[in-house]
Design a protein around this ligand. Sequence first.
Ligand SMILES: [Fe+2]
Length: 311
Amino acid sequence: MALTQTQQFYPGMGLTTTKAPFIEVARSRGELYIEQPYELYSEENHEAWRRLYARIQDRWQRYATEKFLEGVSKLCLDPNRVPRLDDVNQFLAPLTGFKAKAVSGYVPAYIFFDCLRRREFPTTITVRDINSLDYLPEPDIFHDIAGHVPMHTDKRFADTLVRFGEAAHTAARIVQEIKDPELQVQRIISITRALARFFWFTIEFGLMRGRNGELKVYGSGLLSSYGEIAHAIESPEVQRYPILLEWVINQYFEIDHYQPLLFIVDSFDHLFDLVDQLERWMLEGKLNNVAPGEPTMSEEDIRSFLEAVVD
Ligand SMILES: [Fe+2]
């Protein structure tokens, strides 16, 4: 009898971002959606989660939006063990219909946005190396589950993600109607760049006005970073401005250092309305020639829009 995928690996072998044979095999087979082979987590993986979770508690209390703190308590995350996605989903799905869905790595742009439309959140299952808890260029399970998923318990925020997925669907429809292949690719790059920048400056690095006007963090890149969550709110080196759609879609960003520029929304109703506006602008052609620069679109990202099934 053929071995199942996880039987090829030993329990406790580890699912570390820099070393995860299970993930490497899944990727070599072209498998994007995978199971979470929980028994493969090593004690070191659990210890990394425990340390990450313990040290950020005070900073969450101080800097995170209350919607996030409510989300954390609703999800009942275990401070000591890497979470099981099934357990997380048991608490999450009844609240907003969202579910964390394990993936083997990078999800091409359209596929990622389309998952949001279906209330699925592509989730990395590896854990960063215990010796480099501070910085990680790619997501890990702490970023995805502790940084993103608590926000998905909020109905208005969850609806905003779905609305964003719908905007990406509109983008795919628009570009698939273009007959000239060169123009088609140029449009995909520009529109997707605008969508990615919006996502970055809101869902990943957004700030929001709190109940008494104080600044709070709702962006997951900040919520999962012990250093940057405080820097984002306290540092005089950070520029913080009320969000303007025309600015955000034309603003490039770099991922490998603390962000020098952050944007503030008033509420999640405000954020939802901005996504509406983003889609309207797309339909009016205002995203067709956004300023060049990061992020760049890979061949895979471009293909994902061309191959999208649009109804
Ligand atoms: Fe993220």
